[in-house]
Write a protein that binds this ligand. Structure first.
Ligand code: ZN
Length: 284
């Protein structure tokens, strides 16, 4: 299945992207894709409901805004420096165990929403990332059982303000949490439909120029390990998002670092997860 949500901010309705390409409104299913939905085995119930109802469901108007494919989660957990060559371009060693940081959930937004460059920002940067969404509560999960707690995968751009992140005392969270810094989607795809998650091409373009191009096969720490690892430090709740890190090609890593300004257009995609596009605007 591919889950989508469409509608204005705060008014998104649940939907499905069908194999024939139709985007259908499944409001009749009666639930949003939120923590309660995932916790109560909503993916299985939705699949059963969809088998008889999805093809008869009404099409969404095409021009309707694409929302994030799930409701705002309780947590957005990010893994830092999970591609060897990105660690090198950032001038740091691969850590002995994963770096974990948070993004504020208020940064969560639709895949094609405008990127708001924060006030006083000169170093707003991009990061194409594979992220996964939890389908079940996970606490002290064993690596071999970890994938059973997964709902599916999403495309994520982990926008980062490098001055706020690195030059402003400690904690990366300041540079990761600005409004619109976590565009997610267009869809959540279930593992059965995605195929091999460890071999997905990924790319990001700025104003049409390819700056990031890699493959999920380059991840240092793989997904079952990451679920198990994060669950040693916190309980992952159903619907939580974990973003697995970015490959090389971010603005910070360029010979002459390059950052985003109003009017710039960022496009990104991962095989099987679709693509998204954000236009940079100045904060009001
Ligand atoms: Zn990142």
């Amino acid at each position: 299945m591919k889950l989508i949500r469409k509608g204005e901010v705060g008014e998104e309705r649940p939907g499905l992207l069908l194999p024939d390409g139709r985007e259908v409104d499944v409001s009749d299913f009666g639930e949003d894709y939120d923590e309660v939905f995932f916790e109560t085995d909503g993916m299985a119930r939705l699949e059963e409901w969809a088998a008889t109802h999805a093809s008869n469901s009404p099409d969404f108007p095409e021009e309707l805004r694409q929302g994030s494919p799930i409701a705002r989660p309780s947590k957005i957990v990010c893994i830092g420096l999970n591609y060897k060559d990105h660690a090198e371009e950032s001038g740091v060693e691969i850590p002995e165990e994963p770096v974990i940081f948070f993004k504020a959930t208020s940064a969560f937004c639709g895949p094609n929403d405008d990127l708001i460059i924060p006030r006083n920002s000169e170093k707003t940067d991009w990061e194409v990332e594979l992220a996964f969404v939890m389908g079940k509560r996970a606490s002290y999960v064993e690596e071999e059982n970890a994938l059973a707690s997964l709902a599916g995968y999403v495309l994520h751009n982990d926008y980062s303000e490098r001055e706020f992140q690195i030059e402003r005392c400690g904690q990366w969270v300041k540079g990761k949490s600005c409004d619109s810094f976590a565009p997610v989607g267009p869809w959540l795809v279930t593992p059965d439909e995605l195929g091999n998650v460890d071999d997905l091409g990924m790319w990001l373009k700025v104003n049409g120029e390819t700056v990031q191009q890699s493959n999920t096969s380059n991840l240092v720490y793989k997904i079952p390990f990451l679920i198990s690892y994060v669950s040693q430090f916190m309980t992952l709740l159903p619907g939580d998002v974990v973003s697995t890190g970015t490959p090389p090609g971010v603005g910070l890593g360029m010979d002459s670092p390059r950052y985003l300004k109003p009017g710039d257009v960022v496009e990104l995609g991962i095989d099987g997860l679709g693509s998204s596009s954000q236009t940079a605007i100045a904060a009001k």
